[in-house]
Unconditional design. Structure first.
Length: 254
């Protein structure tokens, strides 16, 4: 008998003695197994009330990024390529970068320009601003209003180069870039939070290549829209948060 859903995957997770079952099948697959997916994000891209998915493909090898549109039942029966160029994409994030009420796309590429794609409100995208250094080995991008001016800025973590904060001008254009860290950093991820409760945004960095993870505390000084970051060190051992907290009291060049 031919199975309607050829592959059925099911697993369950026990949380406090309650069981949650996750079900998947071959109608729920996004793309194909030849695509080297590095990142995805979820949001209502076409403003029809259901959650759609943007998938970034490529990593070291140029790939086609795709948007998958939800048919309302949780099945993605329509996909659309994002842009005409294949790219070495490592990371993608959805946010309303141009403040017009719809979700735009940011794509971070390794050794190739990072790009904004601007939504027309219906899930059709035009290529917008680039952001950050055009030739950095981008490994991750994170969206945060780092200067607290009401628009979404982008933090880029680079391998083998300084990390970057790209400041939004409010219209989805990123002309100003702040670098932090050194070219020797191998940062794979960054999160933002007000760690020291002084009402500004601090940075928590995850580094690879044997480097410690760092916490950058903002000094809260907004100079032409630019915060500075004090450099401190957090050593993470066995996933415990604070083993050692050492301030180097070094003001980063921003
Ligand atoms: Ca939708
Ligand atoms: Ca928008
Ligand atoms: Ca901002
Ligand atoms: Ca803070």
């Amino acid at each position: 008998m031919k199975l309607l859903f050829g592959i059925i995957l099911m697993f369950s997770v026990n949380i406090n003695s309650q069981s949650i079952k996750f079900l998947s099948n071959d109608r729920l697959i996004l793309g194909n197994n030849k695509e080297k997916t590095a990142s995805l994000d979820v949001g209502d891209i076409d403003n029809d009330g259901d959650q759609d998915v943007i998938v970034a493909n490529g990593r070291h090898w140029p790939g086609q990024n795709r948007i998958f549109f939800n048919n309302g039942d949780g099945i993605f029966t329509v996909s659309r390529p994002l842009g005409v160029d294949n790219g070495t994409s490592y990371s993608t994030e959805l946010a309303d970068f141009d403040n017009d009420g719809d979700l735009d796309v940011a794509v971070g590429n390794g050794r190739a320009p990072n790009n904004i794609f601007v939504n027309d409100g219906y899930g059709n995208f035009s290529k917008g601003s680039t952001f950050g250094n055009n030739n950095s080995s981008t490994r991750n991008i994170v969206v945060s209003d780092i200067d607290l001016d009401g628009d979404q800025d982008i933090l880029i973590t680079n391998r083998g180069k300084e990390n970057e904060i790209c400041i939004n001008d409010g219209k989805g254009v990123f002309k100003k870039t702040i670098v932090f860290g050194s070219k020797n950093d191998s940062t794979i991820d960054v999160e933002t939070a007000d760690i020291d409760k002084d009402n500004d945004i601090d940075l928590i960095l995850a580094n690879r290549d044997g480097q410690p993870n760092y916490n950058h505390l903002s000094d809260g000084i907004i100079n032409e829209g630019t915060p500075s970051f004090l450099y401190s060190s957090l050593n993470f051992l066995t996933s415990e948060l604070i083993i050692s907290f050492r301030f180097f009291s070094k003001l980063f060049q921003v």
